[in-house]
Design a binder for this molecule. Sequence first.
Ligand SMILES: [Zn+2]
Length: 277
Amino acid sequence: MNIDPTLGCPCNGRFLVPAFTYDCPPAGETTFDLKSQVYRRRYDRCTMCGHWFARHDLDLSGLYERDYVEATYGGLAGMRQKFEAIMALPSEKSDNRGRVERVRAFAGDRGVDESKGPRLLDVGAGLGVFPAAMQTKGWHATALEPDARTLAHLRTVVGLETLNLPLLQLEAAGIAPFDLITFNKVLEHVAYPVELLMAAKALLLQDGLMYVEVPDVAAAAEGPGREEFFIEHLHVFSPVSLAMMSATAGYRLIRMERLREPSGKFTLSAFLVACSS
Ligand SMILES: [Zn+2]
């Protein structure tokens, strides 16, 4: 697998050392149909910036298109159940509740007026719990999602405006600029996260805000079985690598937090603005 080895790290990938190695799926990992491929993968860790890179030759190309909804939720009915269960969680048990509070507080500090229906683009919306909650607070939420069945869920169950274009094509398609773009647990799934962040910059209003959540390498202290290191994650970030990626993509980092979420997830969250603003 060819993954950008640097994200802006000055070591240019020269100081990678092997970290966790897997020859079978850790408990709890979603089971994907690997066809005849042998399950074998590992992470390499950068000794300079602390970033972890997935290393394997497994072909996961069909993962999100074909198998993801079925394997993860057991189809559309399962998605609806999961969505409703998460929306009904009490605040102290809901990762999403904390996220909504963080984002709204930050946007409020930066002068965003919720009574004016500010526009949110949620990239990789998944079940849609975040844009759904933001919509109830006055935001006009648009969900970007590649999977056709997930799009159907977002439209019919959640009631969101949806887009199924690749992010890189949105600017050319004349999609109007957004007050806020969010990547919630998305960038770790793509080989080239810098490219996506860069493309998103063109979709922000002049003073637009970017919010990013990624898995935190701090989880490694609890061993290789943690979900932060499941097969879908091509990257696991350190505070330094998240800061470097943001700078490389042309953003100024305004705030970063190291979270231990109600679900137990180790997460880094960051607020960014485009360098020109
Ligand atoms: Zn590095």
